[in-house]
Design a protein around this ligand. Structure first.
Ligand SMILES: NC(=O)c1ccc[n+]([C@@H]2O[C@H](COP(=O)([O-])OP(=O)(O)OC[C@H]3O[C@@H](n4cnc5c(N)ncnc54)[C@H](O)[C@@H]3O)[C@@H](O)[C@H]2O)c1
Length: 389
């Protein structure tokens, strides 16, 4: 099939399959950061930009002739970015791996309190580079020295849920952990953009910002990308279509007051409300709200990390490449949607300075009411986090 001739849904970034022909040099195939940024600077809706990465043959190592080798992975080329992942547990290590393999950062540093864990994982990840075709430097450390000067910090440190627990049950323990991390990050990477993922998400994001003293636009939380992906996947399963054909969004909190937005869900461009009866949509929305608990109850120890790490890595990519993509994140609202002074899941444009803009969607009256209820539910809890550190 000729390059560029595939049918692609609006808003998708598509990399053409890279053919290792002698005629195409590695230099020709590399897409520079600046070209990528120029291409994406003006992109707007839909919020989640799916990256369709066709299957690639594993790279050959050793004696393969030079012209037969595949170029490194990484659609954008590395962007002179250093990323630290705090917490090298399931979420943290998988996020580090995804970022390293995507190839947009020069360096990924993992740090954790468990001696040897981040170092061992970093060595293991590094040794996959010749096979998986990426060049990102991956290191691990038990202190913050090697993380100094990071451009992006992803905070995954903290306890995950056990079956029967709500995210709020983690509040006291994780507040102490995230508060300590915020002090270390403020001292060692004072200019970083921070993505918090530790739960309870909305409260931990607010707490990190308060303890670090960072401007609100440089501290955000990951939840909406994950909840949106869960909703899109459930809609796709229900209708028997590709998940890449579904555009969805969820707003609000990462908890009981999550606000999936059915009026904005499109399947192959058609409104979901025209494809399913209201009762079926309500079931999908409830399943999305319960999506994390469903996985926790199956795993029995620990919580989800494949989809969550994909969400955090995608946010980091949008920040690192300054692409201006709009995605649902936990961000500080200051007047948008008639709400102020609270961290809440809203669509935001991301770039190298963090949250560049909060985007106001047209919501139905009932969706707007739910979003306002979510804001009030988390506002009080966020105000209380100061007493926990
Ligand atoms: N926001 C979301 O969408 C979302 C999704 C899934 C999980 N989570 C949350 O992410 C967090 C991590 O989940 P996980 O599955 O990786 O748990 P995990 O237990 O596998 O890993 C947590 C890691 O944090 C480390 N840690 C603890 N205190 C630390 C500190 N002070 N400094 C550095 N590291 C420290 C632990 O040693 C451990 O390795 C949990 O709070 C979980 O609830 C959030």
């Amino acid at each position: 099939m000729p390059r560029g001739s595939r049918n692609v849904a609006a808003g998708q970034v598509v990399e053409d399959t890279i053919q290792p022909t002698p005629a195409l040099s590695e230099r020709t195939l590399a897409v520079s950061c600046s070209k990528f940024i120029a291409a994406w600077g003006s992109r707007a809706w839909p919020p989640i930009v799916h990256k369709v990465l066709p299957h690639r043959r594993p790279g050959t190592v050793g004696s393969a002739p030079r012209e037969r080798r595949l170029p490194p992975r990484g659609a954008t080329g590395a962007c002179n970015v250093k990323i630290t992942v705090v917490g090298a547990g399931k979420y943290g290590s998988t996020t580090a791996q995804r970022i390293a393999e995507k190839g947009f950062a020069d360096e990924v540093v993992m740090t954790d309190v468990i001696e040897g864990l981040p170092q061992g994982l970093a060595l293991d990840m590094s040794q996959s580079r010749p096979i998986e075709r990426f060049e990102t430097k991956v290191t691990g450390s038990n202190d913050y020295g090697p993380t100094a000067g990071s451009d992006i910090v992803i905070v995954t440190a903290g306890k995950p849920r056990k079956p029967g627990m709500s995210r709020m049950d983690l509040l006291t323990d994780n507040a102490k952990i995230v508060g300590g991390v915020a002090r270390e990050v403020a001292a060692t990477s004072p200019d970083a953009v921070v993505i918090v993922v530790s739960n309870p998400l909305d409260e931990m994001t607010a707490l990190f910002q308060r303890v670090s003293g960072f401007p609100t636009e440089r501290v955000m939380g990951q939840a909406g990308m994950l909840d949106t992906a869960r909703l899109a996947d459930k809609v796709a399963e229900r209708l028997g279509v590709s998940p890449l054909d579904v555009d969805a969004i969820t707003l609000g909190s990462h908890g009981d007051t999550m606000v999936p937005v059915p009026s904005r869900v499109r399947v192959q461009g058609k409104p979901l409300t025209e494809l399913l009866p209201a009762g079926d949509i309500a079931q999908l929305i409830q399943a999305t709200r319960d999506g994390g608990a469903e996985i926790v109850s199956l795993l029995k120890t620990g919580s989800a990390y494949y989809a969550p790490s994909a969400a955090a890595a995608r946010m980091a990519e949008a920040i690192a490449t300054d692409e201006g993509a709009i995605m649902p994140v936990c961000a500080w609202v200051a007047g948008q949607y008639g709400l102020s002074g609270v961290y809440l899941g809203v669509p935001a444009r991301l770039g190298r300075r963090g949250v560049q803009e909060i985007v106001e969607l047209d919501l139905t009256d009932s969706e707007l009411k739910d979003l306002r209820a979510a804001a009030e539910a988390v506002r009080g809890k966020q105000a209380d986090v100061d007493s926990l550190v």
